[in-house]
Design a binder for this molecule. Structure first.
Ligand SMILES: [Zn+2]
Length: 524
């Protein structure tokens, strides 16, 4: 890497402020502190903590509480310029932004005449004064001020002179950064590049970009601004935010690191875990297709792809997933060839060549089952069992002989009992158990029946159970597909069951899950 070509970029995270404005997100004080600590570990330069004011006690408390953690990142409050026709020092909201010992204040001011006239209901001149006075006042209190020019690109389209004049006011008053906001998220990358370049050429103050994602271009617009000379990028983890969200910092950082050779303080290897952490804390569904960090970002499914990446990863991977804490994977499906399956087998610890007839036998089984509605892309547990059986023959573990589940309704309360009989070696063993439903009762009884011979099975937990209705390939009756996810001692695996009977599909997935565990992790 040539250090002369490296460009230094500051990452400004607004997950706790703009991200908190996403529908469905409401961070508690505790959440905010935890996320700030995570962002600090990741290495972002700025953390915008929220908008402290009289009606927002959580944010006021955040700025008091966060001080004791002595974060490396600079913490910033967020708010707006003074109100029209009020002196800055008399504006209570502005005073709130200057929180004790918090070094930075980010304030937004209007850069679009439409907003000045129709939203603020004031004159164009008074708006310029508001920007100047607010920045000057906060500077006089010893704060670093980041000026966020709201609707800058819309404003520039309307009147380049006025939009530029707003920035001049902020610069003259001493702002440390002029941030160009694409607040409605409707600008395109070429436009953002051209306008940003004009601003960079005209002003001495460093320039930043704050892009929203209403037309799906927030990441592209952020990258375009950096190419034009912006040195600060605003965004949120996973792109959460108002409406369609903000620029996804995970992707922005990924692009800046791999495509633009930018230097950042961010620890790239933490990107995957930080992205996952935010999903967990916001209870948002995982996005397996998220670039750089998604579960499928480096998964190869097509037979040609799988074959090629075994020979040379660069064939279908533009970068090394490990840089971002991610891994690549060969996904086996009906589109796979024997090379993909052999690669998958090797990944699972089997020593086998792609030309071995047993690989072809396993591939035939996979394709046959897929034609019946099975999918193995997420069911590595079953794939392992298919490969095991093709290579070594059927595993001698246990056979399920029969099971009975009875649901008794007592008024509005139910009692579910299950009786299971399994055969291990030549011995039949029976156990019964209760559960909160037929599947849970079966799971409990099966584990109980197996535990005298396989005591380690007690350490396996069923952590996920998803049911999906699918069309039966024969077109006769709808089938259900069940994916069961297990965990034991930090390892996770998933199995599948398919049947027109939901209980039969559940039985198949659960039995496969325990067989996988016994073969993989437990000799007794
Ligand atoms: Zn925003």
């Amino acid at each position: 890497m040539n250090s002369q070509n490296e460009k230094r970029i500051l990452i400004f995270d607004t997950t706790l402020r703009d991200g908190n404005q996403a529908v469905g997100v409401n961070f508690s004080l505790d959440d905010k502190i935890k996320i700030a600590l995570k962002l600090d570990d990741l290495g972002v330069d700025y953390i915008e903590g929220g908008w402290p004011n009289e009606t927002n006690p959580i944010d006021v408390a955040f700025f008091q509480s966060i001080l004791k953690y002595r974060l490396r990142a600079r913490i910033s409050t967020f708010g707006r310029t003074r109100k029209p026709m009020v002196r800055a020092e008399d504006d209570l909201d502005l005073k709130y932004l200057a929180q004790p010992d918090i070094p930075t204040v980010t304030i937004f001011g209007k850069a679009w005449r439409l907003h000045v006239k129709d939203v603020l209901n004031t004159t164009l001149e008074e708006n310029l004064n508001m920007v100047y006075d607010s920045v000057k006042y906060l500077k006089s209190l010893g704060k670093e001020v980041i000026f966020d020019a709201e609707h800058f690109f819309d404003g520039y389209r309307d009147s380049p002179d006025y939009a530029m004049e707003v920035l001049s006011m902020a610069e003259e008053a001493g702002a440390s950064f002029l941030v160009l906001a694409d607040t409605r998220g409707a600008s395109d990358p070429l436009e953002v590049y051209e306008v940003t370049k004009k601003v960079v050429d005209r002003f001495k103050t460093p320039v930043g970009i704050h892009a929203h994602n209403d037309t799906g271009m927030a990441v592209a617009n952020s990258v375009a601004a950096v190419k034009a000379g912006a040195v600060m990028v605003h965004g949120t983890v996973n792109g959460i935010g108002e409406r369609c969200g903000n620029a996804d910092l995970v992707q922005v950082i990924g692009v800046l690191a791999t495509r633009l050779n930018c230097k950042m303080n961010v620890n790239l290897r933490m990107l995957s875990t930080v992205s996952q952490y935010l999903r967990d804390i916001t209870s948002m569904e995982e996005n397996p297709w998220q670039p750089f960090v998604g579960k499928y970002a480096f998964s190869h499914k097509g037979g040609v792809h799988g074959d090629a990446v075994v020979k040379n990863r660069e064939a279908y991977e533009f970068t090394d997933p490990a840089i971002f804490g991610n891994t690549s994977a060969i996904v086996v499906s009906s589109q796979s060839g024997s090379a993909s399956l052999a690669a998958k087998a090797q990944e699972m610890g089997f020593e086998i060549d792609k030309k071995d007839p047993r690989v072809l036998e396993a591939l035939k089984k996979v394709k046959d089952l897929e034609s019946k509605g099975y999918v193995f892309e997420n069911a590595d547990g079953n794939l392992f069992l298919i490969l095991y059986e093709s290579i070594y023959g059927p595993p001698q573990l246990f056979e399920l002989e029969h099971w009975t589940s009875i649901v008794t309704w007592l008024g509005d309360r139910q009692v579910v009992e299950c009786l299971v009989r399994v055969r291990v070696g030549g011995v039949s063993m029976t156990a019964s158990a209760e559960g909160n439903g037929p599947v849970n009762a079966f799971d409990n009884a099966l584990k109980k029946a197996l535990s005298p011979i396989y005591p380690k099975i007690a350490y396996v937990s069923l952590i996920g159970f998803r049911v999906r209705e699918i069309d039966a390939p024969s077109g006769t009756a709808a089938s259900v597909r069940i994916l069961a996810e297990f965990e034991s001692n930090g390892s996770r695996w998933t199995t599948i069951g398919v049947s027109t009977n939901i209980l039969k599909a559940a039985e198949e997935a659960l039995v496969a899950g325990y067989k996988y565990f016994l073969l993989k992790f437990s000799s007794t």
